[in-house]
Design a protein around this ligand. Sequence first.
Ligand code: NAD
Length: 380
Amino acid sequence: MTDGPRYRIATIPGDGVGPEVVAAARRVLDATGERFGFAIDWSEHAAGGNAIDAYGVAIRDEDVAACGAADAILLGAVGGPRWDNPTSPVRPEQALFKLRGTLGLFANLRPVAVNPLIAASAAPVRPELLEGVDLLIVRELTGGLYFGDRVEATGPVGERHASDQLPYSEPEIRRVVRLAFELARGRRGRLTSVDKANVLATSRLWRTVVEELRPEYPDVEVGHQLVDSCAMLLIKQPAWFDVLVTENLFGDILSDEAGVLAGSLGMLPSASLGERKTAHGTFGLYEPIHGSAPDIAGQDRANPIGTILSSAMLLRLSLGRTDAATAVEAAVTATLGAGYRTGDLAGAGERDSLRVVGTTAFADAVVAALVAGAPEGVPA
Ligand code: NAD
């Protein structure tokens, strides 16, 4: 037992590999608490396919409320083939929309840093292009096309018609752009705003709001980039980017594209933040960017790094524990440095020179590195 602070973290293990990667991150967070003298009160909530099976809904109102009362939420992934029917009135991803909407989580942060130990073998992009890649995509999460009015297809076959609206209000744009300016200020000071202002009215409003905020941040270099050329530059010169800010649909697509740079979907963390402050930082929901990976679920094969690094973001942003967050990140780097890899990170020709392990053993190695005080090293 510790006399230090206690933090409340709500977990949503979810479906597929979700419970495996969340269990791994929980162990790492508990070990971090032991090292730094704090304790975590955990709660666990059903969401996604398993909640549909148990309760008939993707997430119950009482679970949303309990998650909202915590300091932060750690989520695995939801969904899977059993619940993938897009015409079903109850679908796993409704849990994510409900959490984001109810808890006001309007900004999704996806950092993409390329670990040189992984890049050479796992990423499909030439290694020399990946040198120094360290970017952060800030995606607006609760507006735009995904939340606009929708008219499903009507009319006779051959003449059917459907439409989706893309609405944005000035306050919705301003709060996420302001957050991106603040984040750029704490990094390399370069902000790229991504839009389609040559075509879309909402993009022209977006650009205007960015320009109106620019004078408040004279230390940040601001550029505008059309989404199509941005998609190309992200592959041609990814190291040029620092912080990118963009609307919901563009952010969804660009963040998956940028994810490829890191070598495996299993590597990347994310945070979804709102305006609500907790006693220690900003309330948020943290999750790896990958899905429930049903093809490897229950086999101890999932890479837990994305979830462990999400928990480092949780420590830094929601709990104000920069010390512990830095230690977790250093422990992951030390574990990779000691040769530990999950299967997705080990090319066929490298397996003999690496320690290819499962989810649990990888988390064990990260915990050992933490206890040993990485970055000095991992006990063999
Ligand atoms: P996915 O990310 O689950 O898997 C894509 C591929 O990457 C698979 O081959 C998988 O084995 C591999 N992969 C993913 N995570 C990995 C990890 N941690 N370690 C090693 N390999 C990993 O994407 P998908 O197959 O398109 O979707 C599967 C299900 O997940 C679907 O039902 C989808 O709706 C859902 N999904 C949920 C979320 C979420 O909860 N936020 C996000 C995306 C997809």
